[in-house]
Design a protein around this ligand. Sequence first.
Ligand SMILES: [Zn+2]
Length: 99
Amino acid sequence: MDSDGHIALVCHRCGCNLQPGEGNFYVVRIEAFADPSPPNFQADGLAEMNSFQLAAAIDDLIEAMKGLSTQEMMDQVHRRLTMHLCGRCYRQWIENPAG
Ligand SMILES: [Zn+2]
C-alpha cells in the first residue's frame, strides 16, 4: 500500500511502478496442470514387476511423499499464479512465454 491507500503494483519482470487505470500494464494469469492422462505403467516397467517388486515401488513412492508438505504435493499437480507486466515487458514476454 502506498500513502494514497492504493495497492502498489510493480512489473513482475523489470520492477517498474504500474499505475492502475492508465491502461499501461497487463495482468497475466497462468494455470499449470500436471499431465492429466492416466499413468502409463508400461513406460515405468511396472507391468513387468512381480507383486513384491510392485509393493517395494509403492513403498518408495510413499517414502518420497513423506518429505513433502500437503502444499508441496498440491503444487506438483496444479499451480495458478498471477503476474503484472508493464506494456514493454508484456510485448517481449508474449512472443516467447516459455523462454
Ligand atoms: Zn516491465
